[in-house]
Design a protein around this ligand. Sequence first.
Ligand code: FAD
Length: 521
Amino acid sequence: MGKPTGFKEFQRQAVPYRNPVERANDYLEIYTHAPEEHLKTQGARCMDCGVPFCQSDTGCPIDNLIPEWNDLVYNGRWEVALERLHKTNNFPEFTGRACPAPCEGACVLGIIEPAVTIKNIENAIIDRGWDEGWVVPRPPAEENLTGKSVAIVGSGPAGLSAAQQLRRAGHEVTVYERADRIGGLCMYGIPNMKLDKDTVERRVQQLRDEGVKFLTGKHVGKKEEFEPGHMTQIMQERGVKVEFVDPEKLVDEFDAVLMATGAAKPFDPTASCPGRDLDGVYYAMDFLTRNTKSLLDSDLKDGHALSAKDKHVIVIGGGDTGADCIGTSLRHGAKSIVNFELMAQPPAERADNNPWPQWPRIYRLDYSHEEMKSRTGDDPRCYEVLTKEFVGVDGKLTGVKTVQLDWTRPTPNGPPWTEIEGSEKVWPADLVFLATGFVGPELEVGEMLGLETQEPRRGWKTFRAEHGEFATNVEGVFAAGDCRRGQSLVVWAINEGRGAARAIDQYLMGSTCLSAPGLNL
Ligand code: FAD
């Protein structure tokens, strides 16, 4: 360990985001870069604590070797730090930017002092790696090394991490994606200010150079009816030619197939609310996908984004999706933005049995809340609010009727709250974005293949496969990422993609040298 007393000498200093008022005027990334000396002293705060909870699966789902690279950064050995980082993580620039950093929530130093700035250090290592030209394609030693081929359906972080691992193991890998750009929610979900799309494309190019084949505009399966905001429909509307591919053909033509289709099917708790059909009520992904496509195609000049300019916007649902709708509406120049959250505000104090500081899983102060507070002085978040009705005139949304909840008094034989009498309110609204979560993957493609489903959480339906094995009930077909696990995080998608790659390699070859979370070699 380079600096045993570092945690006593240096205070935590997170690398600040850009000024919130300025950054809310553009779609550039919100992050700033810190000088090397700063990162060095922050790395020195790592205690090498014997039981590094940060790299265990409570901390890091992909077992990142955090104490090792903290120490390497402290000692100025950046290229080795990058090599250690890539050992467990195919895309540190995705997690370094977008991950909520459960590792910092699990940092042992966090028990007595603010945690080590692990996420900043991860990001700095990978950014430097790209700047210095240390990130290069690593194709297999020869073409057609194993003679085996794998089709991957879906190009999010689960599909991409599996593709890279399998390609490097020597298989022929083809990725089928219905959108016109590769990256899944890292491309058409998480907005540019949180994860720049050039950053995603740079990584996709590395995979291309390693020999992964990408086919865009290929919807595997069939779809008779599209819910509003469906990716394939957005693509078709925008002139992208989308071809429907029979999944049976993939099973016949490839030695293995990996389903990595995400969990894009939205959950709509307002479905039975009066006025749900009014013009102005949209799924969050309809708004975010159209915005990113228009931004990338034309710098928002083509008029295909749903504009929130001068509109009263209500975002229903907290979490990352809700925060991204707030950030995007703010950049459009919305007149007002309010965010409803059903749950109570998480307590500021930690529970007695938890030695770590409270790490609010949901509803932490996110970048867009900070931007909104800086610009208007208001926090957009309103807790314990239930939507009762959408109000409108001539088919057009004008407001949302809500009631305030009391979670301390469950309704007998009813919901775990009571509606507070007299708390009804009508909020002005021109646009509502439903950011209320997802129930799982679209099942049509699974039905065509006869894939069984599972219910990882009540109301969710995903493709059935065990974590660690990732094999479905159909021979040679595997499932990983949000389509198996349910709506989750980028870091868990990488966990599953790496795990599935190992399982597929084992299936194809009878043995495997690929490492995977929990089994890192
Ligand atoms: P996805 O990323 O969803 O990729 C699935 C891909 O499969 C898509 O490209 C889709 O078009 C394609 N596909 C689906 N069906 C078919 C088909 N039949 N044929 C062909 N292609 C198909 N996580 C974080 O860690 N941090 C964040 O800040 C964060 N922010 C988020 C913000 C938003 C708005 C959303 C929606 C999610 C966010 N997440 C965040 C969650 C994270 O993005 C996902 O957990 C992760 O991307 C899941 O990866 P995946 O590869 O399983 O699926």
